[in-house]
Write a protein that binds this ligand. Structure first.
Ligand SMILES: C[S@@+](CC[C@H](N)C(=O)[O-])C[C@H]1O[C@@H](n2cnc3c(N)ncnc32)[C@H](O)[C@@H]1O
Length: 316
């Protein structure tokens, strides 16, 4: 590889991607500019539509070349170009879409002349529809059968989230459940401890955690061509993956390097994935069970320990 692993490069990703040895990346996650006029420090996010699509075609084909034959590509994109980019990925680049996930978030920008946007599209593509990594045990969530209904038939390992996520049901107790098909993570807003504070598009670590755990293994190479605040790279490092990123902003690069320096493999992800309010309200604190380890991920193990004791015996 003309480029070293576990590095963030100040580079236009199209140039950077061309320098990666083809067929070496296990998982790519890209959250490109959406071409909606967002105010980045150097990039101009208002291009002519055709120019934006040609550019998208270029960097996406660079990602596809860099991926292993068993590789996975997740693309985060807004409403404006979701349809076009999905078609380019499938029809021109030969990828298979395994899920069209909706990331539902709160704390979006408030609109007064139309409904405020509260979602982004997350496309889950693979190169080979028969050979790919999907670690279901690492991302399961407690099911409603376990948490709410104390159903004896419930699978003790929980269930794989549907294609709309809610990781923190306590923020939306009457809305989406953790195993439903709308993904819910709050955006990283101003008051959140996790917020780096210098990049308006910082994604939550828990969202990347789910993707990286599911679609890569320890030691695999995770690539982000649009590193932004460095969330993908930070989560990859914490989860023991190798990482590689590109970013064109000098300022963002310096801050990403600092962020990466301050974390180590094995560190916990920022934010919580504990579904506290799905547990029926009771004055008793849910008791933590130490012995039960249904999941290979330590974080998920913690999440399962929140199922109240009186319900655990019912989960089979
Ligand atoms: C939406 S942000 C990514 C946010 C990131 N997912 C996070 O969690 O922080 C897109 C980033 O792409 C960068 N960018 C734009 N054009 C680029 C290019 N050609 N190569 C590399 N980075 C680019 C922008 O500077 C911006 O920081």
């Amino acid at each position: 590889m003309g480029i070293e692993l576990n590095q963030i490069y100040k580079k236009d990703c199209i140039k950077g991607l061309a320098q990666i040895e083809p067929g070496t990346v296990d998982l790519a996650f890209a959250d490109p500019p959406f071409n909606i006029g967002y105010d980045y420090d150097t990039y101009n996010d208002r291009q002519d539509a055709d120019k934006y699509l040609d550019w998208s075609r270029d960097w996406m084909s660079g990602v596809v070349k860099a991926l292993k034959p068993t590789g996975t590509f997740w693309l985060a994109i807004g409403d404006e170009y979701a349809a076009e980019l999905k078609i380019i990925a499938q029809n021109e680049l030969g990828l298979t879409c395994r899920n069209w996930v909706i990331w539902y978030y709160t704390f979006g920008v408030h609109c007064t002349k139309k409904f405020s946007r509260s979602h982004a599209h997350l496309f889950y593509f693979v190169k080979d529809p028969k050979k790919f990594t999907f670690n279901d045990l690492d991302i399961r969530v407690p099911s409603a059968r376990q948490l709410v209904y104390a159903d004896k038939r419930a699978d003790a390992r929980g269930r794989v989230p549907d294609d709309t996520w809610i990781l923190r049901p306590q923020d939306l107790p009457d809305g989406f459940k953790p195993d439903e098909s709308v993904w819910y993570f709050p955006r990283v807003c101003g008051t959140f401890k996790e917020r780096e504070g210098w990049h308006g598009c910082q994604m939550p670590e828990q969202l990347l955690g789910r993707i990286i755990r599911a679609c890569s293994n320890t030691g695999d190479l995770v690539l982000d061509p649009f590193a932004g605040s460095g969330t993908t790279l930070a989560v990859a490092k914490k989860l023991g993956r190798q990482w590689l990123g590109f970013e064109i902003s000098k300022e963002y690069i310096a801050r990403i390097r600092k962020r990466m320096k301050n974390i180590s493999s094995g560190d916990p992800l920022d934010g919580t994935e504990k579904p506290l309010t799905s547990v029926p309200a009771t004055p008793d604190k849910p008791k933590r069970r130490q012995s039960r380890k249904p999941m290979s991920s330590p974080d998920n193990q913690d999440l399962f320990s929140l199922i109240p004791k009186n319900k655990k015996s019912m989960t089979g």
